[in-house]
Design a protein around this ligand. Structure first.
Ligand SMILES: [Zn+2]
Length: 103
């Protein structure tokens, strides 16, 4: 496991990112409100204006999300596995949300 020491503790590197950019999920910088990209660290986004990783605003993840509603508005919650570059498709299995390679 790759760990990188930062102020305030250790931050884990991301193993995946969502397939769409943070702005698609209404996530913005928690400091300046500007546009962000996925950080290389989990639970963080990178702000080009502040030049740092911030927790970001939760965007649509701040509340319960309905997969059906996401589909209707064209929001894709699939992930990219950063190790393999493979796309992981979101599914509901036995009432739980899972991500799998097969569509
Ligand atoms: Zn910012």
């Amino acid at each position: 496991m790759l760990l990188s020491k930062q102020k305030g503790g250790t931050m884990k590197r991301r193993e995946w990112i969502f397939i769409m950019p943070p702005a698609t999920y209404e996530i913005s910088c928690s400091i300046c409100g500007g546009e962000v990209q996925w950080s290389e660290y989990q639970h963080k986004v990178w702000c080009w204006r502040c030049l740092k990783d911030t927790p970001g605003n939760p965007g649509i993840f701040g509340g319960p999300i309905s997969l059906e509603a996401c589909e209707i508005i064209g929001l894709c919650l699939d992930k990219i596995d950063l190790k393999t570059g493979e796309r992981l498709y979101i599914k509901i299995k036995d009432g739980k949300v899972v991500w799998e390679k097969e569509k």
